[in-house]
Design a protein around this ligand. Structure first.
Ligand code: ATP
Length: 234
């Protein structure tokens, strides 16, 4: 579904991605793990078009994305839940979800999708008219994911959904991610919480200083001594 080929991305003189090669197959959950500053967020931003690579390609279902404008990339089926959630604080839960569907015109289907989102996140239904800025961190994360799903993405990019959340809420969010994937959405998940991410992912890439250090089956990496020592605090 997605292939990053020799991706090189700069911030001015800073060479943040130094030739990243990553593949995501349809139906998978793939996770990118690695230390702070490794280049995980930069990778997601390049896929969704916020950053453009100096060299390399972003192939999505065979097409080249690096020349497509960010707002057109959503229409092709990629939705990005950014780090720090970034919901519209002064809008209600419902209005945030409506923003997620802005590029769609199929009104009947949009209505069905609101119902699906509220089935997945009953908490959002209870708080439908509440301002997003007054939701808890976990509820805001649910809203950010719900809003992204309103675009009916084929590929969902999630940047650190566990950030700043209590362990019980993190568990809940990860189980929802698994559920979303089982219902047919492919997921590319960036996480600091490597152990949780490796438990739900099919495959994983370890990113270090802008390059892929290690890749493989998530379960194998979860039990790999070097990964356990470097990233899982074991
Ligand atoms: P974290 O887990 O801490 O979010 P990350 O793996 O997502 O880390 P990135 O945010 O992709 O890392 O950062 C990769 C590198 O690019 C870092 O060295 C970072 O300092 C640099 N960088 C990121 N954003 C910018 C920016 N706007 N301007 C300059 N340098 C940046």
């Amino acid at each position: 579904m997605l292939e990053l080929v020799d991706l090189n991305v700069y911030y001015g003189a800073i060479h943040a991605l130094k030739g990243i090669n990553i593949k995501v197959n349809q139906g998978e959950i793939v996770t990118l793990i690695g230390a702070n500053g490794a280049g995980k967020t930069t990778t997601l931003k390049t896929i969704s078009g916020a950053l453009k690579p100096k060299k390399g390609k972003v192939l999505f279902q065979g097409g080249e994305l690096e020349k497509v404008k960010a707002h057109d990339i959503v229409g092709l089926g990629i939705a990005h839940v950014p780090e720090g959630r970034k919901v519209f604080m002064n809008m209600s839960v419902m209005e945030n979800l409506e923003m997620g569907a802005y590029s769609r015109k199929d009104k009947g289907e949009i209505k069905k999708d609101y119902e699906k989102i509220f089935e997945t996140f009953p908490r959002l239904l209870e708080r439908k008219n509440q301002m997003a800025g007054t939701l808890s961190g976990g509820e805001q994360q649910m809203l950010a994911i719900g809003r992204a799903l309103m675009a009916r993405p084929k590929l969902l990019l999630l940047d650190e959904p566990s950030m700043g959340l209590a362990p019980l809420i993190v568990k809940q969010i990860f189980s929802i991610i698994e559920d979303i994937n089982e219902k047919g959405t492919t997921v590319l998940l960036v996480e600091q919480n490597a152990s949780m991410a490796l438990k739900i992912a099919h495959r994983a890439y370890v990113i270090q200083n802008g390059v892929v250090e290690l890749e493989g089956n998530a379960e194998v990496l979860l039990n790999d001594e070097n990964v356990r020592y470097a990233y899982l605090g074991a």
